[in-house]
Design a protein around this ligand. Structure first.
Ligand code: DHB
Ligand code: MG
Length: 221
């Protein structure tokens, strides 16, 4: 099935996703530096992030897990020129690649990349940090329950939170699978269930060029 999923993603992309030199350049540089692209969002998923931001006329975006900053480019495309993105990456090598791609993109928006464990960086933000309008959680899956709570703390009513990779080809249902990443995702589902700070939430499973996975989405009360 993987081949058909990839072909359909290519079909969708060729019809509905406009060429963008910044996105192309980001993927090219990432490939040339020898990094695989499976960690990056697919283009049609990137477009969905862009649309969710546009729908809410967001200005301040938080991203946990920068990797090559390909998703960061999609977030930036959705923002007005005075928009702001704080993106956090835990791995030095990924952060260096992401920063290089951000520098090359010469985006009009302010994109700040911080390196370190997202939870530590978020806790160290000044207490008067303005709430974010949109939050994309795509860092280490083990810490998703913690990232969900920290994201909610940095939200206002109406903030949309998207969490990537919450299906993992069905691994979340495998009772034998006790990997920290999978346990983290399961705990996230439990935390989202009837959460007092969440107005509504769901998760969608997706198939495509990145395999079988999915994302969760929540609106803050
Ligand atoms: C992995 C992480 C991601 O954020 C993703 O989108 C795909 C794969 C991973 O760690 O394998
Ligand atoms: Mg991801």
């Amino acid at each position: 099935m993987q081949q058909m999923w990839s072909e359909i993603d290519a079909y969708i992309e060729s019809h509905l996703i406009p060429e963008d030199p910044i996105l192309t350049q980001t993927l090219k540089n990432t490939d040339e530096k020898g990094y695989p692209d499976h960690l990056a969002v697919a283009a049609n998923q990137g477009m969905l992030l862009q649309m969710l931001i546009q729908m809410n006329k967001c200005k301040r975006v938080l991203e946990l897990g920068t990797f090559a900053a390909y998703s960061t480019m999609w977030l930036a495309r959705a923002l007005p020129d005075d928009g702001y993105i704080l993106t956090i990456e835990g791995r030095d090598t990924h952060a260096a690649l992401g920063q290089e791609n951000i520098d090359n993109a010469k985006l009009p928006q302010t994109v700040e990349l911080k390196v370190g464990r997202a939870a530590d960086i978020l806790r160290a933000l000044p207490s008067d940090t303005e709430a974010f309008d949109f939050i994309f959680v795509d860092a280490d899956k083990q810490s998703y329950p913690e990232y969900l709570e920290l994201s909610l703390d940095l939200s206002h009513s109406g903030t949309v939170i998207v969490l990537d990779n919450v299906i993992r080809a069905g691994d979340i249902l495998d009772p034998e699978n006790h990997k920290p990443s999978i346990e983290g995702i399961r705990e996230m589902y439990q935390a989202m269930q009837n959460h007092p700070k969440i107005l509504s939430c769901t998760a969608l499973q997706t198939v495509g060029s990145k395999g079988h996975d999915g994302f969760a989405i929540a609106i803050v009360k």
